[in-house]
Ligand binder design. Structure first.
Ligand code: GDP
Ligand code: MG
Length: 192
């Protein structure tokens, strides 16, 4: 799989734009500002493929990136954005529900959680949803570069304890930590 060969197929703002063409999908999920766009750019070795925003959570879209004709990397809309209006929150639920509904092509979710702040209430809801829906997922513990060794160990242990069997991958878009591990995981999942 050539990770240089990636194109944004559609930025879907409506249910009927959600792609279901049989190609496996790997979705990135997490609250606004957790580092989803940065992670996507790092994984694909591109600086500006996905928008990294200083003012997050403005648009509610599901972005489908076609990766070398082999799979889609799906950037789900972030949640937990405090300044989002009720209408925007409804749009988030409608679109996200539609995305997860009967999605046989969904091979894996990369669930991003900020390693420094730990899981928010919204993160816990998302984790419960993924478990109950039986969707395979791993956790990317983001912004790992921000923690000193002590806090890093402690927060990783807390996350692992909470998640049981679910793999927790320390990740940093700044240093590149975890990127190769996640890339290998994507390849193995898609080629399975
Ligand atoms: N220190 C550090 N900052 C990061 C990292 N990833 C993202 N950020 C910063 O966090 C903010 C939100 O990142 P973004 O990728 O737009 O988050 P998104 O809303 O989840 O897509 C930006 O200011 C990024 O520069 C990381 O690994 N380390
Ligand atoms: Mg983003």
């Amino acid at each position: 799989m050539n990770r240089q060969n990636v194109t944004l197929t559609i930025s879907a703002g409506r249910k009927d734009q959600i792609i279901r063409d049989g190609l496996p999908q790997i979705a990135l999920s997490g609250r606004s500002n957790v580092g989803k766009s940065s992670a996507l750019n790092k994984l694909l070795g591109r600086k500006h493929l996905a928008r990294v925003s200083a003012q997050p959570g403005k648009t509610v879209t599901v972005n489908f990136f076609n990766l070398d004709g082999a799979c889609y990397l799906v950037d789900l809309p972030g949640y937990g954005f405090a300044r989002r209006s009720e209408a925007e929150k409804r749009a988030w639920s409608r679109l996200t529900d539609a995305y997860f509904q009967q999605n046989a092509s969904l091979a894996m979710v990369l669930q991003l959680i900020d390693l420094k702040t730990g899981p928010s209430k919204d993160d816990e809801m998302m984790l419960n949803f993924l478990e109950e829906a039986g969707i395979p997922f791993v956790v990317l513990a983001t912004k790992a570069d921000k923690l000193n060794a002590t806090n890093r160990q402690k927060n990783l242990a807390d996350l692992s304890r909470m998640l049981g069997q679910v793999p927790v991958i320390p990740f940093s878009s700044l240093t590149g930590e975890g990127a190769e591990r996640v890339w290998n995981l994507i390849q193995t999942t898609v080629e399975a």
